[in-house]
Design a protein around this ligand. Structure first.
Ligand SMILES: [Zn+2]
Length: 458
């Protein structure tokens, strides 16, 4: 670390959201962040740990192109997930939301339930970090576990008692990072611990939620971090709980106002930056003093300059161009062509449905999301400033390397589909092994979910 003293170190406020991405949940995040600016004048970015069920894929694209981090939270929201839940999330987000495989670098386990094997699989699948572990001892305690993000070269240092086999040097995953989730503490100290959605908790041993009491412990925990080692402070949200637009919304205006009052208060202080997990990690890997943060690339604004009317995650451009995937249980939209059935861990990228409008081209490995025209199958990037190269990831069967692109005719299918068409002569899809995913009987998936259209998990 080249940053030696506290005054040179920024106070990062990490803002994350979990679960499905829908208009309701993005509304909820926007009411806290859209009006804000970081010290460099850019709108803060955040991390969305995204699960696939009940997610509207076109909104994932929009959120990503606006500069936010999209990360993995399994396909169907299961704790201690099997590998296909983790890998299928990447495949689905790449194929149907146009997120480059190399951009999905983080993971958070649903219910924060994970095992040694979860971490080992994440490292094997070339994730950069996990953010499922809790730092549950206050920074004011000499034995605090509120560590800055660290690599697992010498094992984990959080959740040592909570997860079997953890710590004492295990698991050794060189170069793989843990970004701890930093707990908050009310007036009871270590006995008054809060982690996600602190505004849903009762504080100080009281029996009812009290926004003033919540504000008090959010401020006191933030101040402890600020005045101590500038350990990052986190707001870990399930936006559905603070959405005012979701049907049946229960959140009170005073709770929304309280959260904004907290953020106002935090931002009044010197060198406070609201960031995504990815941005925090970028700084930890390459720390610069606060005086240089304005020119620190990972914190800069990222508004791509694309004005053509293409389906690219920019709402003004893509008007009228989204494909409507009219599934009975949960319909959604995408720029990249509707699949023949809902996405599932056993079939995260079903063949494209030729009956839903024109065939679309998936994001290839040699074009970035805002520059890709999935209808024409063209990359609009003309110069080096927007050049892009995605990576393949070992997330196929038995660790086979997968690369994005093509039109979605992966593997054998139960229904007739159009054959694969190369894009721009680049045969990226040829890297796929034959028979990537087993066919799933049409109609099996999705039928069990019923008419629930809003997902409110944890
Ligand atoms: Zn969740």
């Amino acid at each position: 670390m080249i940053v030696a003293c506290q005054s040179d170190t920024p106070q990062f406020l990490v803002f994350t959201a979990d679960d499905a991405i829908q208009s309701y949940t993005l509304d909820a995040v926007n009411q806290f962040l859209a009006q804000r600016k970081n010290p460099n004048g850019c709108t803060p970015r955040m991390t969305y740990y995204t699960s696939i069920n009940y997610t509207n894929m076109s909104m994932v694209t929009d959120w990503f192109v606006a500069g936010n981090e999209i990360a993995d939270h399994t396909m169907t929201h299961v704790g201690t997930p099997p590998d296909d839940e983790v890998d299928g999330n990447l495949i689905a987000l790449n194929a149907l939301a146009g997120i480059p495989l190399s951009s999905i670098i983080g993971f958070r386990a649903p219910f924060l339930n994970y095992s040694m094997d979860t971490l080992k699989h994440l490292a094997a699948a070339k994730f950069t970090y996990d953010s499922s572990a809790s730092a549950s001892i206050p920074v004011t305690d000499s034995g605090t576990d509120a560590y800055w993000p660290y690599t697992l070269d010498y094992g984990m240092a959080n959740d040592c008692l909570a997860v079997p086999g953890m710590c004492k040097g295990e698991p050794k995953l060189p170069g793989f990072w843990e970004v701890p989730m930093y707990a908050l503490f009310d007036s009871r100290g270590p006995d008054g611990i809060h982690l996600m959605d602190p505004w849903l908790d009762t504080a100080d041993g009281n029996t009812a939620v009290n926004d003033s009491a919540t504000l008090e412990f959010m401020k006191s925990t933030f101040s402890a971090h600020y005045g101590n080692n500038r350990q990052p402070f986190g707001l870990y949200t399930h936006p559905i709980h603070v959405s005012r637009s979701v049907p049946g919304a229960t959140v009170s205006n005073s709770t929304i106002a309280m959260i904004n009052a907290f953020l106002d208060w935090a931002q009044e202080q010197n060198n406070v930056w609201i960031v995504s997990s990815e941005q925090l990690l970028a700084w930890v890997r390459n720390p610069v003093p606060v005086s240089q943060l304005d020119s620190f690339e990972p914190l800069k604004c990222s508004t791509p300059q694309v004005s053509q009317k293409i389906c690219n995650g920019m709402p003004d451009n893509e008007e009228g161009l989204l494909a409507h995937c009219a599934f009975n249980d949960f319909p959604w939209y995408t720029c990249y062509g509707c699949p023949t059935q809902q996405l599932s861990p056993s079939n995260p990228n079903p063949p494209q449905d030729p009956t839903v409008g024109q065939e679309r081209f998936r994001l290839p490995a040699n074009c970035s999301t805002p520059f890709w025209d999935p209808i024409k199958g063209q990359c609009l990037c003309q110069d080096s400033s927007c050049q892009f190269a995605d990576n393949s990831r070992p997330i196929g069967p038995n660790g086979a390397n997968l690369t994005g692109g093509g039109t979605g005719d992966f593997g054998p299918t139960a229904t007739p589909t159009q054959s694969y068409k190369p894009f721009n002569g680049n045969g990226a899809l040829a890297a796929l092994p034959a028979g990537v995913f087993p066919a799933v009987a049409f109609g099996l998936v999705g039928a069990v979910v019923g008419l629930v259209s809003v997902y409110a998990g944890v």
